[in-house]
Design a protein around this ligand. Structure first.
Ligand code: GDP
Ligand code: GDP
Length: 454
């Protein structure tokens, strides 16, 4: 059918194959109230109402996909998270340190109307030590009168201060141009190499056993880094041989460095989890099998799905499982994990090493699904049968017709359906269910988008 062929060339070509790229990371740091959140919102093109005014609010999300001048990057937001006033300097420094360690370049925000404070000077010391490129944002320069305040910030020794009004947008373009120039093409945090070792993140809420599992895994034979040619990797990643194949466990320093005792523990945990997931191809979410699944557990699972990474769920501490709990566990899995019935589950004990060898096959299954491509021919044959057996329900006397579908990308599999009208969410879920029944996709999220054509 010629129409469909045209549709294909025109619409699908531009979607293209998305390789797994770890975008460079830009972090916005500075002491509280200098305008970090306002600046982040401006960069993301969000409305000011999003700025969270409540101190002590822990936010789920700390990094965002962003784009400027056609260059994509990950923006790490450390604003909106206020510390209590006691010991504020130490905390700001700690917060900045974590953000800087994750970043390829930093926007350091100073309130030009206040000038340089002791806390600012502390952060400058950290920035110097880290040696990452820094762009200095002299914020709250709302008009020409403030330019002199901005010029005073040359004294920080970080080069040219960019006068900016994050609130009104003044000067933000020049600031971003400079920040983009400072960012490398790809993140120093490592770019997955085709055919290179697969990248795994161990994630989960504090105390579920991540560092115990990492230690068990690292007990296996370690590979000499140089022996894997062309591997770019971050020193915080670990290269390990498991079942004769090299694997990279990302952001292991984050697992080892424990900050549970500080009041911002949730914030750091969330920041690290997000960063680790983004650097990985597949995430193992550890949960504690001996206690009830918590909201924090499901939140981490959601983070993995939203990032589009392959997923394995490990029920750890199985040695502590009370037989009485077994039936409850089954019910929890059915109820709380209904959205991720497709994820392989392994029951393990990181402490004793019991069944930890089952992780590798589960990881391999999940990655294989993540990489899967269904040919356009097979996909349309499948959809043809599906629609014949179970047509879309009538809506106001009309029925959206499915014209054509294609898999636009892998890693994870993304499908685009061209139809004459929007498909009901229920029908989309039905298509996803049937896709999984037919093609497997164990361990990978899949996405289905619909494009309407007359
Ligand atoms: P953060 O704690 O560093 O994230 O700071 P916020 O973004 O929450 O901003 C703190 C306060 O400064 C808020 O009341 C903002 O409206 C205000 N603010 C931020 N940027 C500017 C600016 O460029 N000019 C002015 N006049 N106020 C600003
Ligand atoms: P992390 O915060 O996720 O890195 O958790 P840890 O690895 O530090 O583990 C937290 C606590 O749980 C430690 O006391 C571990 O010894 C214990 N733990 C971890 N895995 C297991 C397990 O499989 N069985 C038992 N009984 N304890 C475990």
């Amino acid at each position: 059918d010629e129409d469909l062929a045209l549709l294909h060339a025109e619409d699908v070509g531009e979607i293209g194959e998305e390789p797994v790229v770890v975008f460079p990371v830009l972090a916005v740091v500075g002491r509280p109230n200098v305008g970090k959140s306002t600046l982040v919102n401006r960069i993301l093109g969000r409305r000011e109402a999003v700025v969270e005014d409540k101190p002590g609010v822990t936010r789920d999300r700390v990094s965002y996909p962003a784009e400027w001048s056609g260059k994509r990057f990950t923006l790490v937001d450390t604003g909106g998270w206020e510390v209590d006033v006691a010991g504020i300097e130490a905390r700001v420094a700690q917060q900045a340190e974590v953000a800087i360690s994750l970043a390829d370049a930093v926007i350091f925000v100073v309130d030009a109307t206040v000038g340089v404070t002791e806390t600012d000077t502390q952060v400058v010391r950290l920035l110097r030590k880290a040696g990452k490129p820094v762009v200095l944002c002299a914020n709250k320069v709302d008009g020409p009168a403030g330019e002199a305040d901005a010029a005073n910030l040359w004294s920080l020794g970080l080069g040219e201060p960019f006068p900016v009004s994050a609130l009104h947008g003044r000067g933000t373009g020049d600031l971003l141009d400079a920040a983009i120039d400072a960012l490398p093409e790809v993140s120093a945090h490592g770019t997955p190499i085709p055919d290179g070792p697969r990248r795994v993140a161990l994630v989960g809420r504090p105390n579920v056993g991540k560092s115990s599992l990492l230690n068990k895994v690292l007990g296996a034979e370690r590979v000499v880094v140089d022996s894997v040619a062309g591997t770019t990797r971050d020193p915080v990643d670990e290269l390990v041989a498991l079942k004769g194949k090299p694997w990279v466990f990302v952001d292991t320093a984050g697992i080892r460095r424990r900050v549970h005792q500080t009041s911002g523990a949730d914030f750091y945990a969330s920041l690290r989890t997000q960063a680790a997931i983004e650097k990985a191809e597949v995430a193992v979410v550890l949960v504690d099998a001996s206690v009830k699944l918590t909201e924090q557990d499901t939140r981490v699972i959601t983070q993995v799905i939203e990032a589009g990474r392959a997923l394995v769920i490990a029920y750890n501490k199985w040695d502590l499982m009370d037989e009485d709990r077994r039936p409850f566990l089954e019910r929890e899995i059915e109820q709380d994990l209904v959205q991720v019935q497709w994820a392989p589950r392994v029951n393990i004990s990181a402490k004793t090493g019991w069944h930890t060898d089952r992780m590798v096959p589960a990881l391999e299954r999940a990655l294989e699904s993540w990489d899967t491509r269904i040919s356009t021919g097979r996909l349309n044959a499948f959809l043809g049968e599906l629609v014949a057996a179970h047509p879309h329900p009538l809506r106001g006397g009309k029925q959206p017709r499915i014209l054509f579908a294609t898999q636009a990308s892998t890693r994870p599999p993304r499908f685009v359906i061209f139809a004459t009208g929007f498909l009901d969410p229920g029908y989309r879920r039905y298509i996803e269910r049937r896709l999984r029944e037919t093609f497997g996709f164990e361990g990978t999220p899949i996405s289905i988008s619909v494009r309407v054509r007359e």
